[in-house]
Design a protein around this ligand. Structure first.
Ligand SMILES: [Zn+2]
Ligand SMILES: [Zn+2]
Length: 448
């Protein structure tokens, strides 16, 4: 299984209760919640320690690259521990009496209202920001340089700028629009007005929409840190960058020529990029769908990554078994809005992610990951997720005839304002019948 190697290189994954200035990142012994010190908001951190059994620090070794995870993983981990003298890990293991539960819907990072804090120097920080039904992630490199990947809808722009300020952002070195859909670029308009931006990355695909037009206008009106205009760069596969020493950033997609005639050309031409740092790697996939994935494989890129930003908000067309086995992430992040009309994340995607640690912005709020010099990945979130998302566990309601959308596999009440186009409608005699056919309820079904 390769855990010996993982242990030797010190690759472990730990939960952060909060990030503090004095706390050495990644030291599991220091991740026991501090005793109310500096607790400004009270709520999650005032829970007595005794009740926080499942919030204890834990170190989960990241799977060795190139090998799939298996059922006997924890046993192997324990065996590896027996031969290794990593006292810290042993102590951390003792702290959690049971093997870490790794289910798709019950992640264990404790909530921390202070998760959104500036990254300390020397740490790679990736903040997956809750922008409702949209996508946004800020990478702060160990040298302080910043890359913002997408920014949610226009309506999220002001809140996004506020979050970036809390994260200590003073300028954006690379602002990446993975593709021109409004749930990715809308919020960037406000960001371009609020911060100096050195470079804007775009796929350069002709796309008619008021939001994309406003985005391009905002790029034109923005200023760069040197007082000029941001550099507008159409990016393609093959572009690589060393944003900080020992950190490598690679653009894996799109390739030239851009895909056309797919279910969604903007989605399938999304900028896909990976970040490799000592101790961990991240893969960002935009809204890539099936056709875009197939195209990606033809160039045989290294897709293996410790953390996967799940494509297309957890839609069924954004993830499949083959892709997951290539990436083999230990942690998956789904940027998704609660009760969205697309039924994201889809049940099929969550099923495929079973056994990996899944974080969702609709359940966890902002999800902040840090990778320090000790090569341990710490994760803190601004909200505690319910153990089981209610939408997945409610029984089918008795609402009579319902109308399904054969594309999104979501069903609606016949009087819903968000009914699918007539050609995409499927009629079911009951909600139960729709659910048996694999459809999920729209919020209208529960009387929104
Ligand atoms: Zn999207
Ligand atoms: Zn999209």
């Amino acid at each position: 299984m390769g855990f010996n190697k993982a242990m030797r290189s010190g690759i472990t994954l730990t939960n952060a209760t909060r990030f503090t200035k004095t706390q050495r990142i990644g030291d599991p012994l220091l991740q026991v919640p501090p005793a109310r010190r500096g607790n400004r908001t009270g709520a999650p951190r005032s829970v007595p320690l005794a009740k926080r059994g499942n919030l204890r620090p834990r170190s989960v070794p990241l799977a060795k690259r190139g090998e799939p995870e298996g059922g006997g993983q924890f046993a192997n981990f324990a065996r590896a521990l027996g031969t290794s003298l990593l006292t810290i890990l042993i102590l951390a293991l003792v702290a959690c009496s049971a093997p870490p539960k790794r289910t798709a819907t019950a992640p264990t990072a404790p909530a921390s209202p202070t998760a959104l804090e500036p990254a300390p120097q020397g740490v790679l920080q990736v903040a997956f920001l809750d922008v409702g039904q949209g996508d946004s992630a800020l990478i702060t490199f160990p040298n302080g340089k910043t890359m913002l990947i997408d920014g949610g809808e226009t309506s999220e722009g002001i809140a996004l700028v506020g979050k970036l300020r809390r994260l200590g952002v003073q300028q954006i070195d690379w602002l990446v629009a993975t593709h021109p859909h409004s749930d990715h670029i809308g919020g960037l308009i406000q960001v371009l007005k609020a911060f100096p931006v050195a470079e804007v990355w775009d796929i350069g695909m002709p796309f008619e929409s008021p939001v994309y037009r406003d985005f391009l206008l905002a790029v034109r009106g923005a200023r760069s840190p040197d007082g000029k205009r941001p550099k507008f760069r159409v990016v393609r596969r093959g572009l690589t960058l060393e944003p900080a020493p020992n950190v490598r950033l690679s653009v894996l997609a799109p390739s030239e020529p851009l895909l056309t005639g797919t279910r969604s050309d903007p989605n399938n031409n999304s900028i896909v990029l990976r970040v490799d740092a000592p101790g961990g790697s991240f893969l960002f996939t935009g809204d890539l769908e099936r056709e875009g994935r197939a195209r990606l494989y033809t160039t045989r890129p290294n897709l293996r990554a410790d953390v996967l930003k799940v494509a297309h908000h957890g839609a069924e067309n954004g993830t499949d078994r083959a892709f997951l086995s290539r990436v083999n992430p230990t942690v998956a992040v789904i940027p998704v809005g609660a009760g969205n009309r697309y039924g994201h994340p889809h049940r099929e995607t969550l099923a495929l992610l079973q056994g990996r640690r899944v974080y969702r912005t609709d359940l966890h709020g902002d999800i902040v990951m840090r990778l320090g010099a000790d090569k341990k990945l710490q994760i803190a979130t601004t909200r505690v997720a319910p153990t089981q998302p209610t939408a997945q566990t409610k029984p089918a309601p008795a609402v009579g005839v319902v109308i399904g959308n054969r594309n999104s596999k979501v069903y609606h009440r016949p009087d819903c304002r968000g009914l699918p186009k007539p050609q995409n409608q499927v009629r079911f005699r009951s909600a139960q019948e729709a659910e048996q056919a694999g459809y999920r309820p729209h919020t209208c079904v529960y009387g929104e």
